[in-house]
Design a protein around this ligand. Structure first.
Ligand code: NSS
Length: 438
C-alpha cells in the first residue's frame, strides 16, 4: 500500500496553496447540509475547518456521503477551490472519500450548547471537540509552554514533588485523606511548596507544575478540587524579589498567548487589546491596609484581620486596569509558614496577586520562616503539632537561608486569559465537589 500524505486543514488557507491544487485531508464531519444534488459538509481536524462539496454526478461518492453523520471520520481526496461563498473563502471539491467510521447520532445538540447546561459537563469527553473548547485547550497548551520557557530561561530547575503526603500545607479543612495501604494520616498534596523548599538547598531556584488537591466543600466559579499549580521557590530571595518574578512570569505568559493564539482568543470573543494593556509591567502594588480602606469606602463591612472573599476581590480589582499585588496580610489570614514582618509582627511578608476584570486571586506567595524556633512557635500558635512537620523543621537546622516562593493557579490564569465565566471550562476534565466523571 502506498502511504498517502495528508495536509493539515489549517494549511489549506495559506497563500501558497493555489486554486486547483489536489489535496488529501482527513478529519471529522463538523456540519452537514444536504441538498437535492449537492452535499456540503465541514470537515475539521486539529488545525482547522474547511467546507467540502460533493456533487451528485461524482460517481461512487454520493452513496457514501448521503448517510454521513456529524462526527463521522473520513479521509478525502479532492481539489482545492477558491470560492468567496465558502467559509474562509476556500473549499474542497471531493473526488474520492473513505468513511472510516459512520458516527452514531451525536448527542450534543445546538440547544444543549445554547443552554450552557450541566449536560455539556456530562458529555465532556465529546464536548472537548467543539471550537470553543478546542480554542481554550490550545491557549492552555501555550500557557504551560510559556511557564516552562520563562523558568528555564531564568535559571530555574524543574523538579517534581510527591502527591501523597502526610501533613497539611494550607490547613486541614481541605485535605483529601487517602487509604494508603491501610495507613492513616496520608493525604493528597495541597501544594508542592514544602518539597520545593527542601530542593532549594540543592538547586537554589526551582519550579514545578503539578496538580494540587483541595477538598473545597462549596461550589464556586473559581475552585476545583484538583487544579494545576505552577510553584516556584528561590533561595536568598526576599518578598520584593519574588514579586518581580511573579509579575514577569504572568506578563511573559500573556505576551506569548497574544503572539501565538490570536485566532483562538478571537474565537472566544476575547479582547486582545485589553489583555495587552493588562500585562504591562510593573503591576500595581498596594498594602493589605490600603485594600481594606478601598473596601470600606465601597461599603464593605470588613475589619482589620479579615481575609478577602471573591466578592471583596472583585470589588478591589474593579479599581485597577492591571493585576494588583495585595501585600502584607495579617497573620491569621495566611498559613503558618509565612514569615512575619520583623518590623510589624502582626502582618506577614506575603502577597496575593489579583487579576483584573473581576477574576481575583491567581497567585499566593511570599517569604518563608527560616528560623527554627520562630517556625516551631508559629506551628504551635496555629494549634498544629510540630511532630507532623519534623522534616520541614529540619530544613531550618542545616544551613537555613532566607527564601521566598509562590504558587500560581494555572486554571485560574487560563480562565482570566480566555475571559471565561467558570473555571471548569479552563481544564479539559474538571473535578469539583459534585463531579468526578467523565
Ligand atoms: O493556597 S494558595 O494561595 N497558596 C499555596 O498553595 C502556596 N503553598 C503556594 C506556594 O507558595 N508555593 O494557592 C495558590 C494559588 C491560588 O492563588 C489560586 O490561584 C490557586 O492556587 N488555587 C486554586 N485554583 C483552583 N481551585 C482551587 N481550589 C484553588 N486553590 C488555590
Amino acid at each position: 500500500m502506498v502511504a498517502i500524505e495528508f495536509t493539515e486543514i489549517g494549511k489549506l488557507f495559506s497563500s501558497d496553496v493555489r486554486d486547483g491544487t489536489a489535496v488529501s485531508i482527513r478529519g471529522w464531519v463538523y456540519r452537514i447540509r444536504k441538498l437535492k444534488d449537492k452535499v456540503f459538509f465541514l470537515l475539521r481536524d486539529s488545525s482547522g475547518v474547511i467546507q467540502c462539496v460533493v456533487d451528485k454526478n461524482e460517481e461512487g461518492i454520493w452513496e457514501k456521503v448521503e448517510p454521513l453523520t456529524i462526527e463521522s471520520s473520513v479521509t478525502v481526496k479532492g481539489v482545492l477551490k477558491y470560492d468567496k461563498r465558502a467559509p474562509g473563502g476556500r473549499e474542497v471539491h471531493v473526488k474520492d472519500i473513505m468513511v472510516v467510521h459512520y458516527a452514531e447520532p451525536f448527542p450534543i445538540t445546538e440547544d444543549a450548547v445554547r443552554s450552557e447546561s450541566e449536560y455539556l459537563l456530562d458529555v465532556r469527553h465529546l464536548w472537548i471537540r467543539s471550537s470553543y473548547m478546542t480554542s481554550i485547550l490550545k491557549i492552555r497548551h501555550t500557557v504551560f509552554e510559556a511557564i516552562h520557557e520563562y523558568f528555564r530561561k531564568n535559571g530555574f530547575y524543574e523538579v517534581q514533588a510527591p502527591m501523597f503526603i502526610t501533613a497539611a500545607v494550607e490547613g486541614g479543612a481541605t485535605l483529601f485523606q487517602v487509604d494508603y495501604f491501610g495507613r492513616k494520616g496520608v493525604y493528597l498534596t495541597q501544594s508542592s511548596q514544602f518539597y520545593l523548599e527542601a530542593l532549594i538547598y540543592a538547586l537554589e531556584k526551582v519550579y514545578t507544575i503539578a496538580p494540587s488537591f483541595r477538598a473545597e466543600k462549596s461550589r464556586s466559579r473559581r475552585h476545583l478540587s484538583e487544579f494545576w499549580h505552577a510553584e516556584a521557590e528561590v533561595a536568598w530571595y526576599s518578598l520584593k524579589d519574588i514579586l518581580r518574578i511573579e509579575e514577569e512570569l504572568v506578563a511573559y505568559i500573556i505576551k506569548k498567548v497574544v503572539d501565538e493564539r490570536e485566532k483562538e482568543l478571537k474565537t472566544l470573543g476575547r479582547n486582545v487589546d485589553i489583555l495587552i494593556k493588562e500585562s504591562e509591567l510593573p503591576f500595581y502594588r498596594i498594602t493589605y491596609d490600603e485594600a481594606l480602606e478601598i473596601l470600606k469606602r465601597k461599603g464593605f463591612e470588613v475589619e482589620w484581620g479579615d481575609d478577602f472573599g471573591a466578592d471583596e476581590e472583585r470589588a478591589l480589582v474593579s479599581e485597577f486596569d492591571k493585576p494588583v499585588f495585595v501585600i502584607g496580610f495579617p497573620e491569621a489570614c495566611k498559613a503558618f509558614y509565612h514569615r512575619n514582618d520583623p518590623e510589624r509582627p502582626e502582618v506577614t511578608l506575603s502577597a496575593d496577586l489579583l487579576a483584573p476584570e473581576g477574576y481575583g486571586e491567581i497567585i499566593g506567595g511570599g517569604e518563608r520562616i527560616y528560623d527554627k524556633d520562630e517556625l516551631v512557635k508559629k506551628i504551635k500558635r496555629f494549634g498544629l503539632d510540630p511532630k507532623d512537620y519534623e522534616w520541614y523543621i529540619d530544613l531550618r537546622r542545616y544551613g537555613s537561608v532566607p527564601h521566598s516562593g509562590f504558587g500560581l493557579g494555572v486554571d485560574r490564569l487560563v480562565m482570566w486569559i480566555c475571559g471565561l465565566k467558570h473555571i471548569r471550562d479552563a481544564i479539559p476534565f474538571p473535578r469539583d465537589i459534585r463531579r468526578v466523571y467523565p
